[in-house]
Ligand binder design. Sequence first.
Ligand code: ADP
Length: 343
Amino acid sequence: MNVFAFTRIKLTVFYVTAIMVVSTMFSYAIYKGVSQNIEQSFTRAENRLRTAPGFAQQLLRQASNEAENRQELHQFFLEELQESKKKVLLHLLMTNAFILLASSVASYALAGRTLKPIEDVLSDQKRFIADASHELRTPLTSLKTAIEVSLRDKKIDQRAKKVLESNLEDVDALKELIDSLLQLASQENKTIIKQLIDVHEVMGKVLKIVKPLADEKELKITSKLQHQQVLASETGLQQLFTILLDNAIKYSNCKGKINVLIIPGKRTVTIKIADTGIGINKKYLQHIFDRFYRIDSSRTCSQKPGFGLGLSVAKQIVANHNGTITVESEIGKGTTFTTTLPL
Ligand code: ADP
């Protein structure tokens, strides 16, 4: 469920609760007032029958005959009184049920109208980021090619070469940022095509892609992958596993271990990616899925490349599949990301 649909329901519940609180209070006051009036009317009628001469006495006698004695007459009035109160209560309950129904429909429509401008602004912003990222990509690619061509030129001196190399690094970093922004934008696009795919196969592909990176750091990747079909976006899952494995490699010290598990369940499949890397301090765990959030590199003793967008893309991909992603970590021991996807 997207965040706006969820907020709309929350807002509806809030409006309906407020309306129902007021309505119940009014109903209670009406019930009390009407009950009191009915009670007073019944007491007055009973007293008149007992005391009034002539026709009333005759009525009393008749009533007494039917009810056999005055006590039974009183009982008769009491039952009538209860019956009238019940009718009032029933009437009020029905009115409240109608108010509940009408206010739910009206509140849902109103919540939608309240959120619409915010949703529009947000989607405009997202579109702007996606368009801007897309527009920046082409000149950046040309720039990268131009620098690479210049670097191949044997006539350039060492100083110029150093400057160009540093420029190339910056261009690569910018390209990576733009790619992450585009990934995020594409995952936020609601029209994601899902098909039946085997998680095992997708993970196998990603493991092959990241292997050279792991080999560079002499990391040992072990895996226990079981076959499981899920209805999912193949590119989405590929991006998700790449982000998690990239991080496991990036935040591991040389010669560490990474373990990948695919555990099929009855209704879900669980994917665990555990590393024996630097770990994350508990106080930062709640923020790592936020956009542009990076744990201060000084605490991790070395500067790792990245923009703090990977895990927010991962979270978005998992949300698109109605799944969950959780993390457990201990400083110096390692981190485990557990993703659960419905079949
Ligand atoms: P990036 O890796 O580009 O900084 P992410 O969104 O992927 O951004 O991750 C956010 C932060 O979470 C990282 O900066 C890092 O501090 C922490 N983190 C993510 N994965 C791991 C991991 N496997 N081990 C340790 N820290 C991690």
